[in-house]
Design a protein around this ligand. Structure first.
Ligand SMILES: [Zn+2]
Length: 449
């Protein structure tokens, strides 16, 4: 038995914050959440954790992560970043207070998930996109991580083996999103010209050729020439070369990827499972089309991403009118790395306009800030949302929306599984302890294996 004593307890139900609460754990389960208890109980406890000045919460359920299993990555099926990266990425996630992570690199197999789970205490779950059109979109874009077993796998088999939903359909790579900026376009320029360019230069190339909605008809030579000049690329790239690089790295897979959305929606209906789709300017129209299909659960991923602030609010409001639509707001990296998303402006706009259903970190090249950091800023510093509700959107609400992701998790409540984080308060991003199933999994910045 463990007693978490005298902390600010946020239970995850969306309403309850106990200013001086206690949580009692036994045999991996939560026994009680209480404002007071008989002091004699302490003599039976293996540990009494003084949580004065700290916050006690359910472990965060991060339902949108890439690069956390030993399988192919992204909707493009690229080779993963290697075992060392994956292990440190999982460590990072656990130390940030996430106790359950959903791998939404949809082409991994459950074998690969189990191999990863064997070597890490964090709870790893998986989603699937093993269907022909989605697979083909991946091949067109990259597909270098695909083996025979990935090709042979099906959505049906994955679901029967434990995958919890279909997704992520149409990741940024196949739809000309962030992956092009930080991976595929720089790589193509390096191969062809032997020059290193950064993600902003790559993005400038892409946008000048195809525009924000990825349209072939957008091309205009003068516009590209000007963009190359502005991005200081004109000394080694012509508009024609730029067009060729952008078409090959970006446009080719976009058309197939859009059909992949329709394929996945039909499968989600057939098997009655939640569907997670990449929601960004390039996929806006297809996301609207799928939203109108009336699926039971349609998670529109990172709905605050890549749109302008006004666009994401307007688009979020539009999508909310369709039954079954769930808006995910992504944290990304606006406080730490700032490489993918430079400011939390869009995230804050989502909170301000009450558009957030659930939150997740997304990938941000493996440098995402934590869900707790987003909650800290939005709820405690900017006061855009109440603390109880903000925690709910990263815990119990996620478990409700994705019922097979985290059964019996997401709440500090009697008889729930004891996945618990203890953080500083109000600096929630400073995680001190993480418990999984009542067992200490991380403490003071170190993962316990
Ligand atoms: Zn995505």
């Amino acid at each position: 038995m463990k007693i978490f004593k005298n902390g600010t307890v946020v239970t995850g139900d969306g309403k309850t914050v106990l200013e001086r609460g206690n949580v009692i754990e036994a045999d991996g389960l939560i026994m009680d959440v209480t404002l007071s208890y008989d002091e004699n109980l302490e003599s039976y406890a293996e540990e009494v954790i003084d949580c004065t000045g700290k916050c006690v919460m359910p472990g965060m359920i991060n339902h949108h992560q890439h690069g956390i299993t030993f399988g192919p990555m992204f909707a493009s099926g690229c080779v993963n970043y290697g075992d060392e990266f994956i292990m440190s990425h999982l460590d990072r996630s656990l130390l940030q207070g996430h106790t359950t992570v959903l791998n939404i690199d949809g082409f991994v197999t459950m074998d690969e998930v189990r191999e990863t789970q064997k070597v890490h205490p964090i709870r790893i779950k998986a989603a699937t996109t093993h269907a022909p059109t989605n697979y083909h979109a991946g091949e067109l874009c990259d597909g270098k991580g695909f083996l025979e077993k990935h090709n042979e796998m099906t959505v049906e088999k994955m679901l029967s083996e434990g995958a919890i939903c279909i997704g992520e359909v149409g990741g940024g790579h196949t739809l000309g999103g962030g992956g092009q900026d930080y991976l595929y376009i720089p790589r193509a320029v390096k191969e062809r010209k032997g020059k290193d360019i950064d993600y902003l230069q790559a993005r400038a190339m892409k946008l000048s050729v195809l525009g924000r909605y990825i349209e072939e008809s957008y091309y205009d030579r003068d516009r590209v020439a000007q963009a190359l000049k502005d991005a200081k690329l004109d000394s080694f790239l012509t508009p024609e070369e730029t067009k060729d690089i952008v078409y090959k790295t970006t446009l080719a897979s976009v058309k197939v990827a859009l059909d992949g959305y329709r394929e996945a929606a039909i499968l989600a209906k057939r098997y009655n499972v939640p569907l997670m789709i990449h929601n960004a300017p390039t996929s806006k129209h297809i996301v609207h089309e799928i939203a109108k299909m009336g699926l039971n659960t349609l998670i529109c991923c990172h709905s605050n991403y890549l749109f302008t602030k006004d666009e994401c609010v307007e688009n979020g409001r539009y999508l909310k009118q369709f039954p079954g639509v769930v808006l995910d707001a992504a944290v990304h990296d606006p406080w730490g790395a700032k490489a993918l998303v430079a400011t939390p402006e869009n995230l804050f706009a989502f909170y301000e306009n009450d558009l957030v259903d659930i939150i997740s970190t997304d990938f941000a090249a493996g440098k995402s800030d934590s869900m707790l950091e987003a909650i800290q800023h939005a709820a405690l510093e900017e006061k855009l949302v109440g603390l109880a509700k903000a925690v709910y959107q990263g815990t119990a609400r996620v478990a409700e929306v994705l019922p097979r992701l985290a059964p019996n998790l997401g709440l500090i409540k009697e008889s729930y599984t004891a996945d618990i984080v203890v953080t500083e308060y109000p600096t929630l991003k400073n995680v001190e302890r993480v418990y999984i199933g009542g067992k200490l999994a991380a403490k003071d910045g170190k993962v316990i294996r």
